[in-house]
Design a protein around this ligand. Structure first.
Ligand code: ZN
Length: 194
């Protein structure tokens, strides 16, 4: 019997409305991600290839042997799960999404919120309001007082752009993730650290 060693499943789209309700899963093996489906539907392979290309484009990830990875060697699990769920909302063949800008409109305040890259994975973000704390949680960054930093020491503008709008509304975003966790998507917390 052929057994696929895919690593551990870290996210799931149980029914993809853009591809005949097939299920799609994101697996993590070492520091590399793989999108996989067990569906034998004829459109499935094309769907997986599109989502992989969309993640690489929007998240500034590299594709190596069909797997997705960051050149820094980091995992950035929370951000990548969010990226996967985001591109899964696109229909196959849509224009590939490019990274989002380092600014977003705070509709309530009527002003733009900006993040500024300082290099080496460090970003200056507004310290007033929920953005800094939200981004720290959603992007798994280190709090350095006036700045936030990725522990890998590399810049990830694409991840900041993806998560900045969500950091404004972090409670709703985290609730969404908890709901996913209770659907049995995630492994036990003790197994989440590599
Ligand atoms: Zn990194």
């Amino acid at each position: 019997m052929l057994t696929l060693d895919l690593g551990r499943r870290v996210e799931l789209v149980s029914m993809d409305p853009h591809c005949h309700d097939i299920s799609l899963a994101l697996y993590l093996e070492g520091h590399r991600y793989r999108i996989h489906t067990y569906s034998r539907h004829e459109a499935a392979a094309n769907r997986v290839a599109f989502l992989r290309a969309a993640m690489a484009s929007m998240g500034a990830m590299q594709i190596v042997n069909g797997q997705l990875a960051f050149s820094c060697g980091g995992i950035h699990l929370a951000a990548v799960r969010r990226l996967f769920l985001t591109v899964a909302k696109l229909s196959t063949g849509a224009e590939l999404p490019t990274p989002m800008p380092l600014e977003t409109l705070d509709k309530k305040a009527g002003s733009m919120i900006q993040a500024q890259s300082l290099g080496n994975g460090e970003y200056r973000v507004p310290t007033e309001g929920p953005v800094k704390n939200g981004l720290r949680k959603l992007a798994e960054m280190e709090d350095r007082g006036g700045t936030l930093a990725f522990p890998c020491g590399a810049s990830h503008d694409a991840l900041i752009g993806l998560l900045l709008p969500r950091a404004l509304n972090v409670r709703a975003t985290l609730r969404e993730e908890e709901a996913a966790a209770t659907r049995g998507v995630l492994v036990a917390p003790s197994a989440q650290k590599e």
